[in-house]
Design a protein around this ligand. Structure first.
Ligand SMILES: [Zn+2]
Length: 255
């Protein structure tokens, strides 16, 4: 009963949000990787994005004024990975904090000699376990193709859904956990070696840091440059295809 009520409330909140058609078109035109979606899927993504905007708590940091265009741009990208999974995958936290450009997070680290190091970490985004997602917003984004801060951070949220950020999100029935681990660790090891040897990799080298970063970076590529990921690591592409229940390599038939 409660679930039904909540689903109704969520739809209602989403429907109440007034967003004019030209703004949708304008924002979607700036996200060319939505091009593989079928007309029904595009509508489904808009519906999810509305509900997502309505049910999260948005704030602009450091004086950033949040406009509908910023919210819509972030929401469409955040909802793309869960288009066929559902908004419940982002349940359990509400905050989205948007920064003007990249930002600094003060860190404290204890080394093995017991000495505390304090330093500022300059980041473009961060996802907190059970807490908010922090994202930087660039007004005239000249993002390198295949790099997508929003998809990256929300992939971490999906990863954390299983408890840890370890590159292993909760898998669907019918998916094999051991197959996922074999495929992902083989690709991660290979990628790490390539990055360590100084090779210029087509995927973001940040993915060589940790298995969770590899999952997030592979997810960005899966949606933004699927042919590239499929060419580099076809088995990873297949696993992500099963997990996200989407095939960005498919192009809709021309009307
Ligand atoms: Zn990351």
């Amino acid at each position: 009963m409660m679930r039904k009520l909540f689903a109704w409330w969520r739809r209602h909140q989403g429907d109440r949000l007034r967003i004019n058609e030209s703004l949708w078109d304008q924002v979607e035109a700036g996200l060319p990787f939505l091009g593989h979606l079928l007309p029904d899927e595009r509508l489904g993504l808009r519906r999810l994005a509305r509900q997502f905007i309505a049910e999260k708590q948005w704030s602009g940091a450091q004086g950033l004024h949040l406009t509908p265009r910023i919210q819509l741009t972030i929401a469409l990208q955040a909802c793309l990975p869960i288009l066929n999974l559902g908004l419940d995958w982002y349940a359990g936290w509400v905050g989205i904090v948007v920064y003007p450009g990249d930002f600094v997070i003060p860190r404290r680290m204890l080394d093995e000699d017991g000495v505390v190091h304090e330093f500022d970490d300059e980041v473009m985004g961060e996802a907190w376990y059970g807490g908010p997602v922090l994202i930087s917003w660039f007004d005239h984004a000249e993002d390198a193709e295949g790099i997508n801060v929003v998809i990256h951070e929300f992939a971490h949220k999906l990863d954390m859904k299983s408890g840890d950020a370890d590159g292993l999100p909760p898998l669907h029935a019918g998916m094999s956990r051991s197959r996922w681990i074999d495929v992902m660790s083989a690709a991660f090891d290979d990628f790490q070696q390539r990055v360590d040897s100084g090779e210029e990799t087509p995927l973001d080298p940040y993915g060589a840091e940790l298995p969770t970063e590899f999952f997030a970076v592979a997810s960005e590529a899966f949606f933004e440059t699927p042919a590239l990921l499929n060419g580099e690591y076809p088995a990873v592409y297949e696993q992500l295809r099963s997990f996200y229940r989407q095939n960005p390599l498919q192009t809709p038939d021309p009307l």
